[in-house]
Ligand binder design. Structure first.
Ligand code: RB5
Length: 140
């Protein structure tokens, strides 16, 4: 898959860690920034990553800010985006199986890099279950 990834200044170190993990898993990374620790506005990066998913340039997106909250709020305003803010493995798995989440949001000030890497591995490896869950996601 091709994965769009974006962050603000609070998430840049984790973004770089996760980009390496995504590549190691055999996926392509579309890094949409930011690229330094200079203070930036997270909505700008959320918009670019969501656009890459909506227009089909990327299969899924990953957004990282300090808490993940701002990124998830912005991402879920876009039609066609189902963004999940996940800080443990169970919701990461279920966001894919039941909700077909196409954007994963993470808070770099909430989880350490080891857990974040496992969340990303789980999220990328889990398929949507379809069936009754497809009917439900088609309702919004
Ligand atoms: C930036 O300081 C911080 O507000 C941002 O990374 C994020 O946590 C917002 O939701």
């Amino acid at each position: 898959m091709k994965i769009a990834i974006g962050c603000d200044h609070g998430g840049i170190a984790l973004k770089d860690d996760l980009a390496a993990v995504i590549k190691e898993m055999g996926h392509e990374v579309d890094d949409q920034g930011c690229y330094s620790t200079e203070s930036v506005n997270y909505p700008e990066f959320a918009k670019v990553v969501c656009s890459q998913v909506i227009n089909g340039n990327c299969d899924r997106g990953i957004l990282i800010c300090g808490t993940g909250i701002g990124m998830s709020m912005v991402a879920n305003r876009f039609e066609g985006i189902r963004a999940a803010l996940c800080h443990e493995l169970f919701t990461a798995k279920m966001s894919r199986e039941h909700n077909d989440a196409n954007v994963l949001c993470l808070g770099a000030r909430v989880v350490g890099p080891g857990l974040a890497e496992e969340i990303v591995r789980t999220w990328l490896a889990t398929d949507f279950a379809g069936g009754r869950h497809l009917q439900r996601i088609n309702m919004f």
